[in-house]
Write a protein of this length. Sequence first.
Length: 386
Amino acid sequence: MKKIMASVFLLLPALTLLAKGGGTAPDTTSSTNWLAILLVFVAVILLVVIWGLGQVLLTLNKQLLQKRKGNYAGPIAILVLTFMSLSDTAQAQTADAAAAVAQIAPNYGGLSQLEFYAIATVIGLEIVVILFLAFMVRRSYRELTGVSDLALATSVKESRFAVLWNKLDKNVFTRAVPVEQEADVLLDHDYDGIKELDNALPPWWKWGFYFTIIVAVIYIFNYHVFGTGKNPEQEYAAEMAEGKRLEEQYKARTKTLVDENNITLADADGIAAGKALYTTSCVACHMADGGGGIGPNLTDEYWIHGGGLNDIYKTLKIGYPDKGMQSWESLYSPVQMRNLTSFVKSLKGTKPATPKAPQGDVFSETAAPAAATATTPAAKDSVAVK
């Protein structure tokens, strides 16, 4: 029996070496692939071993049944038949996997990765069945010959690990009184036949309780005595302040981060770039000199949605489709919209050839934003429309 089990275990490293040594291999079929032939041969040999062990186990169980005249061997026989049917299924799966080698791209010694591991899985299942059958044969043989499991267990010396674990369990984890000595800790408390023992609390529980007390003392001194720690509100305020500081640093480092809240007037080069954008997208509605056509006049002091830099940028950004002004946010970058805003702002006070009549309200740089934007007419917007 030991020789059979040793032979079975030797197959495991062999399969591992085959898998590692697979790598990329030439394109071959299952009819000429020696690795596939070897794996199928191993699977068949293991099936023969399973069949032989099953026969031995059935014979031993029949003898045990006759000896004990009971149903002890019945469940074992059912298990044996189950595993034997499983071995037949494994054999069919092995045959199907071998037949599919030629249809899958080779990867492991001429076999595909899927097929190699499929056959290896079948062989692994067969090894498990063999080990189970060997264990059951050994047990049935010992029952038949009269060697009890208890005698064998008491004859084996307790391992060092078991001894160490028992000491830890007794002194650290539970420290419970053995069952044989429960009479020494039995109290006079009897509740409907349920008696109480004076067992000590588990050491791990007591040390955990002591630890919580230490943490509570540290917490009180840290948050309520010395004030070195922050309560949740203070932590929130500190994190918000830190986030604001990081945001400001990011905005300072990122020059392209422009919106209606932080826009500044572009330099001469930026205004020139804005003029090119205006010529491309805004002339059709506002004329080349900004005098207005379909759109309003951009040179006077009257604005529908405000004439500040932030107002013009916002108009370019979100648009007013109900008045014919589209949004340019998807077409132009924030820097480009800043340049275009600066050019539109530079048109104020110029003299167009045919200026359009004023629309909106008079805008003053010193006026409040609400007063500058509180307008009523449903006229065209003051910025370019394509």
